[in-house]
Design a protein. Sequence first.
Length: 277
Amino acid sequence: MTINARKSDNRYGRSSPTCKYCGTQGHTMTKCPDMIATYEEVKDKTIEERDFKGNFAVQYIEKRRGISKTGRPVSKKPKKCGYCRETGHNRRDCPQMVKDKEFIMKANRLWRKMWSDKATKYGLTPASLIKVQDRRYDYSQGGYKTNDFLCTVGAELPENLTVFALGEDNKKQEINIPLLGYKPEYGNNNVNARILVNAISEPLGKALFSYSYSWGNIESVQLVARSSYEFTDEWLDDCPMEDINYALKKWTQEQMKNFLDKCQSLIDNYGGDYGMS
């Protein structure tokens, strides 16, 4: 389960940091032993007596310690939480972050309940047989042509069926469903789930997925034979905790607002139907 930002984040497999002061890999300037040693050596000297690196070390370290150029302590503004931007705490013990985390987990359970219900109803469960109709341009005839395909939904349930399907841009969860027997005009037979759901019901597509554009020429999806696949309670309760923790640590509450608002709309509009209002 990976939202777009985690796919491209260099945290996963990136090389160790390089210090901009000494040029050594494995640490940053804030913990550079060379800078600390230089500071201790030249801190009592005048500016004229220090070289460039010595002056830089003194200014950098004393600024971090809250000491002005005159040697007087600098009055510090109260630090704000990196998530909610309130003072008196940080991300580690942010009460709002705890609430939002529980809220996303609730929204994820509702999203999965809706998916299990609608996927079973319309034939998007593994091994179901569906009829897919698309419309594409036929260059030999000089016009658009409707094509029908009898497709079997892939036997494996996509791992990333989560509420992050409501996210946009780097918070978005890309979900693809393999359709055996479908011959797309371009690419392979892994079809964006939003395109399939929109072909079934556009309001349902807007409820389960972000409004961002997903191109596709599939016009209808019809159930032919429903498989015996059943969603378990364990699957319904399973949450994408790595994605949730990542998002809450990476972005502020303000940056998460659009996604949280969509989760709230999902609960407001559909929670009552599933006993989760």
